[in-house]
Design a protein around this ligand. Structure first.
Ligand code: ADP
Ligand code: MG
Length: 264
């Protein structure tokens, strides 16, 4: 179980995460939504141990993650950033194997084990065919799969993802989210995911946190959070919420306002 208590993260004097309290149980699939600049990435990075907060704590099974050694933390939490750094020409296989760094290779058998796990991760993401390719020569969708495979290779209980599908078209978004959902259900990985697309968040998440100005404005299941009142208030735009006829999940429709303003 992950517990976030009274978390505050500031950039100089600007409060980006404002007193967040949160509990995530094992095997949950939790989404974080909110407008640009509402603190989603900062919150996720603080939970991953990347940022040290000015106040509060993050406990993983009652252990303070900021007091863990980096390798111990990495065995518990993996992080998939929004932007994939492809400055260095590593092959896909090399990148995925980096996920094994928290496991020291003292013995040859552990190294072989690492190769096996890397291969399995590549297979799960359906990118075995890319293993000798260079990361900087791949498409956005392929790169996303590689970083998710690397996180998977880390074999952590928790996987945190920051808008992993924001550069992808709808079919690739669904493919990636289906894979993440399968990891959650079949491999029992607990998922905390920042999502850009409200409708996809509604489809995939067990629970959603709606952020506003660095604080949790609402949390609950998609039906509780995705009301037109909540979305209109936080995103400052007019929406209609109905149901996806197939899944029954809340579906948000934007209502453009231009015709009204132009006609007075
Ligand atoms: P989101 O992911 O919801 O778009 P972020 O967590 O990236 O939001 O940013 C929250 C706020 O903190 C924004 O106002 C942003 O400008 C500010 N911010 C983010 N990163 C930094 C930084 N490195 N230095 C200063 N301000 C930052
Ligand atoms: Mg962000």
């Amino acid at each position: 179980m992950l517990k976030v208590n009274d978390l505050v993260v500031k950039y100089d004097n600007f409060v980006a995460v404002n007193d967040v309290n949160l509990t995530v149980s094992d095997y949950e699939f939790v989404g974080i939504i909110g407008p640009n600049g509402s603190g989603k990435s900062t919150l996720l990075r603080a939970i991953s141990g990347f940022y040290h907060p000015q106040n509060g704590e993050v406990l993983l099974d009652e252990k303070d993650i900021y007091k863990m050694k980096p390798k111990e933390r990495a065995r518990n939490i993996s992080f998939v950033p929004e932007e994939v750094d492809t400055t260095f020409a590593f092959t896909v296989k090399e990148i995925v194997l980096m996920g094994r760094y928290p496991y020291q290779k003292q013995f040859l058998s552990e190294e072989e084990e690492g190769f096996k796990i890397a291969e399995e991760s590549l297979k799960l993401l359906e990118i075995e065919g890319l293993s000798e390719r260079y990361i900087n020569e791949l498409s956005s969708g392929e790169k996303q799969r590689v970083v998710i495979a690397r996180a998977l290779c880390q074999q952590s209980k928790f996987i945190l993802l920051d808008e992993p599908t924001s550069h992808l078209d709808i079919s690739h978004q669904i493919e990636i989210l289906d894979i993440i959902k399968r990891l959650n259900i079949e491999k029992k990985v607990t998922v905390i995911i920042v999502m850009h697309d409200l409708n996809l968040a509604s489809e995939y998440c067990d629970r959603i946190l709606l952020l506003r100005n660095g604080a949790i404005y609402k949390e609950g299941n998609p039906e509780e959070v995705m009301t037109y009142q909540n979305i209109e208030y936080v995103y400052k735009t007019v929406v209609v919420v109905n149901k996806n006829p197939v899944s029954g999940k809340p579906h948000i429709l934007s209502v453009p306002q231009w015709d009204k303003t132009s006609n007075g």
